[in-house]
Design a protein around this ligand. Structure first.
Ligand SMILES: [Zn+2]
Length: 137
């Protein structure tokens, strides 16, 4: 495991980042009450269980929110403006919303549009950061 991914996997959401490295989106499901939590938690706020399982879900969702950025502000070099940032509700767990960018900065974006994620990495501050690049479907 690289130092970069090791730093990302030290919190409650560590298995999420391990999933991205394996090419999967994984969400945290409580072993006690089966509630899906996002952001991930150490202890279930619904039933109090400390036990969780990580379920692989489809990399598909609907755009919940979006914005088009026209000016650079110091993010990853791969995100040259203009680019579109999106918040996506997953089809398999619609209260789980993940952030990423659209593959096409000129896309006709709409709330509710179906998208599919490509899991990749971007370089940022000498680190490889797992990221989701969404495409309209
Ligand atoms: Zn629970």
């Amino acid at each position: 495991m690289t130092a970069e991914i090791e730093a990302l996997t030290s919190g409650a959401d560590g298995p999420y980042f391990e999933g991205l490295k394996a090419g999967e989106i994984r969400v945290q499901k409580c072993a006690g009450c089966s509630e899906i939590h996002w952001p991930a938690v150490f202890r279930c706020p619904d039933c109090g269980s400390w036990e969780h399982v990580w379920q692989t879900v489809s990399p598909e969702g609907r755009i919940f929110s979006w914005t088009r950025t026209w000016h650079a502000f110091g993010g990853p070099a791969a995100h040259k403006p203009p680019f579109v940032s999106v918040v996506v509700s997953l089809l398999d767990a619609d209260h789980v919303r993940l952030i990423g960018t659209l593959d096409r900065p000129d896309a006709a974006v709409a709330i509710g549009a179906r998208v599919r994620a490509d899991i990749t990495e971007v370089d940022f501050l000498d680190r490889k950061i797992p990221t989701l690049i969404w495409s309209l479907v």
